[in-house]
Design a protein around this ligand. Structure first.
Ligand SMILES: NC(=O)c1ccc[n+]([C@@H]2O[C@H](COP(=O)([O-])OP(=O)(O)OC[C@H]3O[C@@H](n4cnc5c(N)ncnc54)[C@H](O)[C@@H]3O)[C@@H](O)[C@H]2O)c1
Ligand SMILES: O=CCC[C@H](NC(=O)CCC(=O)O)C(=O)O
Length: 478
């Protein structure tokens, strides 16, 4: 039975934060369809100016917004602030991307007329958001979609609706008409109804592979509708010859445990050269042991907050038990330091001995360690996944990095940098179960508008060419 009400709870305290009735999909879509043509007909400059006003609105409310994200997701306040800063930065990046990726071109020819390339918006776009970046990631679809002239319906995650509501209030306060960007409160049922609705021209999804595949299936009979899928990862970080053990360990810990491991780009598998194993593992254990796990407003600030809810915490603890039951060796144990609340400490598990490692995204602070002897074996192990979002090489020579870059199947391939923390000024997406070749961030402009090619002359001008007699009849008819 579907829920009639959505309630958001603060992970760090269990307190109720927000509640609302679920939205009416037909009504929201109907309003968006009516509002869209006027919005699409506005000059680009008007839409861009409104986006800049939106950025200013968010800037004015940065503290309030960051506090809400911290309460609703459990992320430390310092990290929640970085999410709000990313929301602000998205506007200028998207304006630039719109011009560079979907701008206008015109090629004049005296004979053929003028060859013009312009872009049109799709219409009404459904944005389905995840809970881990409840503002920044939906916003990464919303801003480019609005700039291009689409109307948008945001269905935020059922776990973080208050953040979605706050984000949309900032658009409205900036002057974007209420029906041009609307909130649809709901869970997966409302998401499914929105995706299936005839009045939707596209679905811009960020979330799990499971839900993304279900959406892709649903949209298969509508090839004309745009579907952008940003999904999860089972991301490798490979450590090869490096004398910089402390730096390597810091990059590994940052990759695996930032946001309590709840990032699509988090490192899930540490693949390490046998001869470096002892040193790297010792340093990773030492650093992991120093991580402060705590509530978002604690002083000193924690590195990691709780995971999103108790269900997630229990699933993560069960995954650790499963890996150990199959032959994994716990290098650090996952503990639940606060009874009844979803705080977990990071687990590092050596799974080298496992004959089959489950290729699933364990969305939390669990890092598997796999020991290998040979660089090609490391690359093969890194590619031993159906996902393909991000991958990093720590250490190695420039030649080895070239080899790694060429051999790795992922949308983001880094060298001596973490697997996460991707730039909004670059394309962002993955292959395999991580996405459907419609990268977001800088390339989001591409899926928010479609190109129209036109050959244009101010007056009709045609010439009868080869194959015609003087009277205009074709030779073949003679
Ligand atoms: N690649 C990326 O850019 C990226 C970014 C952030 C998060 N993620 C991924 O998101 C996941 C965590 O977020 P989550 O748990 O909120 O994801 P989720 O897939 O459970 O939910 C995402 C959104 O889709 C909706 N939804 C769920 N099932 C649906 C269906 N069948 N039809 C339509 N809508 C549906 C949800 O209500 C929610 O709004 C992780 O897998 C993470 O890797 C990916
Ligand atoms: O959880 C998934 C997103 C993680 C984040 N990626 C980005 O912020 C991409 C940039 C953008 O979309 O603007 C990361 O890599 O940490």
């Amino acid at each position: 039975m579907s829920e009639t009400e959505i309630i958001s709870f603060e992970p760090a305290t269990g307190a109720e934060l927000w509640r609302s009735q679920v939205g009416n999909v037909d009504e929201v879509v109907g309003r968006a369809r009516l509002a869209w043509p006027k919005w699409a007909a506005e000059p680009n400059a008007v839409r861009m100016e409104l986006m800049r006003r939106f950025a200013n609105e968010v800037r004015k409310r940065l503290d309030e917004f960051a506090q809400l994200i911290a309460r609703e997701t459990g992320k430390p306040l310092w990290e929640s602030r970085t999410e709000v800063e990313a929301v602000i930065a998205k506007v200028e990046i998207s304006i630039r991307a719109h011009g560079e990726r979907t701008g206008q071109r015109r090629l004049d020819s005296a004979l053929q007329g003028s060859q013009a390339l312009r872009h049109k918006p799709h219409g009404v776009m459904a944005v389905l958001g995840p809970y881990n970046f409840p503002a920044h990631l939906p916003n990464g679809h919303i801003v480019p979609a609005l700039i291009a002239g689409n109307a948008v319906i945001l269905k935020p995650s059922e776990k973080t609706p208050a953040t979605g509501e706050f984000l949309l209030k900032c658009f409205h306060a900036a002057g974007v008409p209420a029906d041009v960007v609307q909130l649809l409160v709901g869970g997966p049922d409302e998401g499914k109804a929105l995706v299936a609705h005839d009045g939707i021209d596209g679905v811009l999804f960020t979330g799990s592979a499971q839900a993304g595949i279900a959406i892709n299936r649903k949209m298969a009979s509508n090839p004309g509708k745009i579907v952008a899928l940003e999904m999860g990862g089972n991301n490798p970080i490979v450590v090869w010859n490096t004398p910089k053990i402390t730096d390597a360990a810091a990059l590994i810990v940052q990759s695996a445990f930032t946001t309590a491991g709840q990032r699509c780009t988090a490192a899930r598998r540490l693949i390490v050269k046998s001869s470096m194993y002892d040193k790297i593992v010792a340093e990773v254990k030492r650093l992991t042991g120093r991580i402060i796990v705590g509530a978002p407003f604690d002083d000193p600030q924690p590195f990691m907050g709780p995971v999103i809810d108790m269900q997630a915490a229990v699933q993560l603890a069960e995954s650790v038990v499963y890996l150990i039951s199959k032959g994994g060796k716990a290098l650090t144990h996952m503990k639940q330091p606060f009874e009844g609340l979803p705080f977990v400490t990071p687990a590092v598990i050596d799974t080298t001995a496992l004959s089959e490692r489950p290729d699933v995204e364990l969305f939390g602070p669990i890092l598997q360690v796999i020991k290998v002897d040979d660089f090609d074996e490391a690359i093969a192990e890194a590619n031993n996944t159906r996902f393909g979002l991000s991958a990093s090489l720590i250490g190695g020579t420039p030649e080895e990095y070239d080899h790694f870059w060429a051999g790795i199947r992922a949308g983001i391939v880094n060298w001596n940098r973490p697997t996460n923390g991707a730039s909004s000024a670059a394309p962002f997406g993955g292959i395999g179960l991580s996405g459907n070749h419609r990268p977001a961030a800088y390339y989001a402009a591409d899926y928010c508008a479609y190109p129209v090619a036109s050959t244009e002359m101010e007056q009709p001008r045609a010439s009868v060419g080869v194959g015609f007699r003087e009277d205009g009849k074709a030779k073949s008819e003679a």
